[in-house]
Design a protein around this ligand. Sequence first.
Ligand code: SF4
Length: 464
Amino acid sequence: MEKHILSKSSYIKGVQCQKQLYLSKHHSKLRDAMPPERLAIFQRGSSVGILAQQLFPDGTNVGPKHPSQYRKALEVTQNAMNAGTTVLYEAAFQAHKTLILLDILVKNGDQWDAYEVKSSKSLSETYYQDAALQYYVLINAGIKIRSFSLIHVNTDYSLQHTLNLSELFIITDVTSHVESKMEEVKNQIENSIFHLAQDQIPEQSVGKHCFSPYDCDFTGYCWSSVQKPNVFDLPLVQLETKEAWFQQNFDLKKLIQEPGIDETIRHHAHAITHRKPFLSRNVIDTNFLDHLQNSKLLFLKLLILHPAIPILQGSKPYQEHWVGLAIQSLEGNEPIEIIISNIENHNEIKEKVHQLASENTLITYAQSLGEIPHFDLQSCILKGSYYHPRMGSEVNESALAKAIGFKPEWNGINHPKVAAQKTEQWLQMSPETEDYLNLKSKLESYLTREVQLISTFYKTLLES
Ligand code: SF4
């Protein structure tokens, strides 16, 4: 069989933007560096997929050991089906120069039931497109498909004793939906293969499709020719609204003059065009600084897990567990206190935070403590009383670090999603091994850095 041109991921790239697909195939060096938090999401997806295979136990994994071994995987899949294997994981099929790997394929009489697993809490349009492509390839590869289903995580499930996979996962039969998409998939495949065969990069102007449904890997390349700054640099504005302004050639200066524009957006636009941070002292004085008088300030950063698969009895998928804590006092002469607990003792962290809140004013950034009284400094940005143009369109911890000149630690953990993923890994390691101690030290550095970021931001607000 001739080598495939498209895979599931490249097909989805083409649906989002033909230029993205072309660049990824022919000019991959122009790709932006992959942010570590995106890699963390991919890794979560694969562990949920492996668990969901056990909904149909005793299957044979026929997937390629390496992406380059796709031809062998096609052969192994075919051989397994010919030999009467009734449950296959990662089965490979190819049709119309498009290769897919299907998560689970189960024999049902003389037909097959196909399943694709998503680690998400719900199903989105992209997953339906993804399923439609797989169904198209399967039927064009001559497989008699009886049904096609998507599997995702049931957030209402609560762990009692051992994992009950049939309650943990929701199986949705999408056969009639994907059948209705066959013509669309055929056209999309032909269109993508046509564009890939050209010598020229497809013409495609930038816009909201660069960020939806996924952040494109080539924004650095494509957006370098777009006038900066522009409305896409604004934080806290819906992508659709930015797109509408962009199409109407609204630059930020025009936006500042526009009657009826929200005052917070006007402040942000002003800060970006004048390259100067914006700080409204009134809002901070009234709502924040006055409230803090006569109270000891403690800056606090939590290490939080949201495991897709519940770990503790009675817990649900993606439920929040506090497993680590960094505390710094305003005075700065007391050392930063770091606590990292194992997950069984996570209540200790909550009790400690409750106790701290009863005697002090707790300050966080982009972190809610639920019912525990605290002040989240991110609200100064969300309410429009502070914004630094270096933050760009984000208001998360990384954006704040850029704004106040906090350099990321080389080879360190620099994002809450990465910290959560590394903590899950750490909790599964044998205590006191070298890897365990190294990772613990990295998590401690992460917490230290994050709590220092909050205290530095607080001082920045006071000094501005
Ligand atoms: S940055 Fe936008 S226009 Fe450029 S390839 Fe990506 S999605 Fe297409």
